[in-house]
Design a protein around this ligand. Structure first.
Ligand code: SF4
Length: 455
């Protein structure tokens, strides 16, 4: 047994955890190959929507069927026996029995298991036993912190929080990741320093509910009012990690991005002016039925504060189209907030009923698919109009670009700028993935921004 792969679905937390799993397998002497190949194949799954669950199942079936050489016969590998397929992540929690029943699946490890212990137990059975002693604890938190270069992306994901107990009525996550956990600030600083030492210039701070970092609950009304652990963490990362050039926040809930946190974020040039703030709906009636922790007015006020505090910040969002009972007036409210915020990108999701969630029981209030599709298209049209207008503000100006891996067929390179959009540019062979370059913005066309690298 010599090789492994990790196929990853879902959120940034999942991508961080996939790197943790990869570091355990590398630690046992295996080398990484592209998914779904390899002697050991891990599928780190997602179950946030029905579609994600279906894709997780499909990715698992692909891993069980694909041989090393890609022929679709009972997966065989260089060592004697079929490839070992391990299913981890949220689908392993929401649909454990279904995953275990799939032919060719060797093991299913859920968040409620000692993930590190189970993984090594399996490897002990398949490989010469490891000498290093292991600490045992439950869930993904049992896995070792990261210190190597993350191979799948140039921006390093740094998970500092897990779990959610907010119970939005459409969301399955509190069932799959019920235990709130936060990394210590010192451990986060150590890990960030290791990521910078490994060559990462940008770190994306992530969690299941990032705003609940250092808090006993994600329910804001039950959080101690005098404590600001997330602001303290940002202070620490921006003052104790030399060489960290860009710090990006992943998703923040309205209410977490309060005046204090905005002040802290505004204090540091490393903090990029891009904020992902899930709105879900612009209707107060729907926000209440979704059990969200903010009102329409609070969301709008937060957007205004962000626009005041930062120079032309990029604001992106998540919106659910077709939540049960979403009438025309409610959707019009959502469009009105989108028009006010001028979101640079809208992750528009069709409502997806998830098992054992409150909203899944409201079957009498479901909307016809045609109406949902129409609303999805309206949201996407809005976002593309806003993103072109937003990017056009920077034509003739310089932005910083973090160069991505792939070279395009056209020979162009591309990379993400501090304000979220990608810039495409010509570059010589000296330019490497992970470099942070200055580029002059030349022009914006539908779906693409063109720039020229500056000396
Ligand atoms: S805050 Fe709501 S949507 Fe987000 S993970 Fe928690 S329950 Fe799900």
């Amino acid at each position: 047994m010599k090789t492994f792969s990790v196929a990853t679905l879902g959120c940034r937390v999942n991508h961080y955890e996939a790197e943790q799993i990869a570091s355990v397998l590398r630690g046992r002497g295996l080398s990484r190959v592209p998914a779904p190949g390899g002697d050991v194949r891990v599928v780190h799954t997602c179950s946030v929507t029905t579609e994600a669950a279906v894709k997780s199942r499909q990715a698992t079936r692909r891993a069980t069927r694909l041989t090393v050489l890609g022929q679709t016969e009972a997966a065989t590998t260089e060592f004697d026996g079929p490839a070992k397929v391990i299913v981890t992540g949220c689908w392993a929690m929401s649909d454990r029995a279904a995953a275990e029943a799939l032919p060719g699946v060797s093991a299913v490890i859920g968040h409620s298991d000692d993930v590190h212990g189970r993984l090594n137990g399996l490897l002990d059975a398949w490989l010469p036993p490891a000498s290093a002693p292991r600490k045992s604890s439950l869930g993904m938190m049992s896995l070792p912190q990261l210190g190597e270069r993350q191979t799948e992306h140039q921006r390093a994901f740094l998970k500092v929080q897990d779990g959610c107990d907010a119970h939005c009525t459409y969301c399955i996550i509190p069932q799959l990741r019920p235990n709130l956990w936060s990394k210590s600030t010192d451990d986060a600083v150590d890990e960030a320093n290791a990521m910078v030492a490994a060559g990462h210039r940008e770190i994306v701070l992530t969690g299941i509910f990032l705003g609940a970092f250092g808090q006993p609950t994600a329910l804001r009304r039950r959080q101690p009012a005098d404590r600001k652990p997330l602001a303290e963490l940002i202070d620490a990362l921006c003052t104790r990690v030399p060489g960290l050039l860009r710090l990006r926040m992943s998703s923040l809930e309205p209410g977490d991005l309060d005046a204090d946190l905005i002040r802290t974020l505004g204090r540091y040039e490393q903090v990029v002016p891009h904020f992902h703030l899930p709105l879900q709906s612009g209707s107060d009636a729907l926000l209440r039925r979704m059990n969200r922790q903010y009102s329409r007015q609070q969301f709008i006020e937060m957007i205004d504060q962000v626009n005041e505090a930062f120079d032309r910040p990029a604001v992106t969002t998540d919106i659910i189209a077709g939540f049960p009972g979403e009438d025309d007036a409610a959707f019009a409210d959502t469009l009105a907030v989108a028009d006010h915020a001028r979101f640079v990108h809208i992750h528009a999701f069709p409502y997806s009923p998830r098992p054992n969630t409150a909203a899944a029981r409201w079957t009498d209030r479901r909307l016809p698919p045609a109406v949902v599709d129409e609303r999805m298209n309206l949201l996407r049209d809005r976002a593309s109009t806003f993103s072109i207008a937003f990017a056009n503000q920077f034509v003739g100006q310089d932005v910083t670009v973090l160069v991505e891996h792939q070279k395009e067929r056209t020979g162009l390179r591309h990379g993400r700028c501090e304000r979220y959009f990608d810039v495409h540019f010509e570059a010589d062979e000296m330019v490497r993935a992970g470099d942070l370059l200055r580029a002059r913005m030349d022009r914006v066309t539908a779906g693409r921004v063109h720039g020229t690298v500056q000396a």
